[in-house]
Design a protein around this ligand. Structure first.
Ligand SMILES: *Cc1c(COP(=O)(O)O)cnc(C)c1O
Length: 224
């Protein structure tokens, strides 16, 4: 399928989800996750109008960035080893996977201006998932206050792989609750207005529950 056809279909779903939940479509940003696909396919996505690209490994991000550069805004969405921060820091607009203080310190040290970060939260409590546990998020955000190159724009979660809609909904709703708690602290370095949640299988539910950045790979650009 052409990316442009996939976008059309996804945009219809986004529009309907926004209508159902009384939200504005322009408040939902699509991050095209290109981690499975070629540089050519990523370029097709950009030409189809997708301006946010997401990668989960430094090599993948760098090889695509080398070709596409400022035609897109780059999102790092995968778990990030501290020693790799220096490879990507001057290329990315957003890091979605801030999950520990040592990583925050490395980002702060390597960046020459504030980086928009999402704190990754492990809402479902699955052992295999990265992320801060829900009851530790506020304390973690507090610990970032002296790191002037960290800007906490929002929270991110990866929901479990399941078709259990009520369960997915409750995960997304919990993330929104924590996001609003952090936002209401009015910390200058942590506006925390954004919610990065929803992937190919669950983005409609995520939008209904308040997602502002959805990260879509398979349904948008494919996975081979
Ligand atoms: C791969 C990935 C996605 C996209 O997954 P799809 O199911 O292919 O849409 C989104 N977020 C993260 C963190 C990922 O690693």
């Amino acid at each position: 399928m052409k990316v442009s056809e996939n976008i059309q279909h996804i945009n219809e779903n986004i529009q309907r989800a926004c209508e159902r939940s009384g939200r504005r479509m322009e408040d939902v940003h699509v991050v095209a996750v290109t981690k499975y696909v070629s540089i050519d396919r990523a370029e097709e996505a950009v030409e189809a109008g997708l301006l946010h690209l997401g990668e989960n490994r430094d090599e993948g991000l760098i090889s695509k960035w080398d070709v596409l550069r400022d035609k897109a805004r780059w999102h790092f969405i995968g778990s990030l080893q501290s020693r790799k921060v220096k490879n990507i820091i001057d290329k990315v607009s957003y890091i979605h996977s801030l999950d520990r203080l040592s990583l925050a310190k490395e980002i702060h040290k390597r960046a020459d201006k504030p980086v928009s970060c999402f704190v990754q939260v492990n809402v479902s409590g699955e052992g295999s998932k990265h992320g801060i546990s829900p009851d530790e998020v506020k304390e973690f955000v507090g610990s970032l206050k002296d790191l002037s190159n960290i800007k906490v724009v929002g929270l991110m979660t990866m929901a479990p792989q399941t078709d259990d809609e009520p369960f997915l909904r409750s995960c997304f709703r919990q993330l929104k609750t924590i996001q609003e708690e952090v936002r209401s602290l009015n910390l200058p370095y942590a506006p925390c207005t954004e919610l990065s949640m929803g992937m190919s299988n669950d983005y409609v539910i995520a939008i209904e529950e308040g997602a502002t950045f959805i990260r879509i790979g398979t349904a948008l650009v494919g996975n081979d």
